[in-house]
Design a protein around this ligand. Sequence first.
Ligand code: SF4
Ligand code: SF4
Length: 207
Amino acid sequence: MKDYQAVFLVGCGSCATVCKVGGEEEVFATQEWLEECGHEVTGSMILDEACHIMRAAREIRRFRDQIADADVLLVLSCGAGAQSISDCTDKPVLTGVDPLFLGNVRRFGQYEEKCSLCGDCILNETAGICPVTTCAKGLLNGPCGGMEDGYCEVDRQQQCAWVRIYQRLEKQQRGVFSRVVEPKDWSRKFKPGKHFIDRCSGKNSDL
Ligand code: SF4
Ligand code: SF4
């Protein structure tokens, strides 16, 4: 931040608000902190969802005068939100958050990482429990030798993902470990990600 004097703040009214990293309260606290540090805050906005590029662009237009006065935009949201903003302005954009994962909502304010979006899903084989994400080693064919009493050697508080898979398959009377799962096709998870899905046109392709 030291390279920039005037700052425009952007928060997100969705996940970042619930996680208490980018809602009104945090934007206000960040503003106070920046001003104490000698920065000028030219304005702020809280987007409904910072990841929504079209809405981000609209709000950026609405706040264009305050943004024009700023040297930089500081975004308190996930990386997807920060990139929406970057795409909609020529000003430098900084992020104030270090996001960890894309989470399922367990209940209000509680998120759980269940899918790593690997592009080659094996949930049909694993009773709907993802070992790529929830096994510490991402194993595809059963537990490692470190499993003890059903718990993971990496975190003894966590049930072993493969024990959970085994128990659920058994409960559903499905074949347990009936075949060897082939190594995953990681070529489908290419980077940089170029996936583009347009629900309106039905287009589902690479950019
Ligand atoms: S295998 Fe796991 S990480 Fe891959 S798409 Fe399925 S749920 Fe997501
Ligand atoms: S104990 Fe189970 S969850 Fe932990 S790393 Fe080994 S197989 Fe994966």
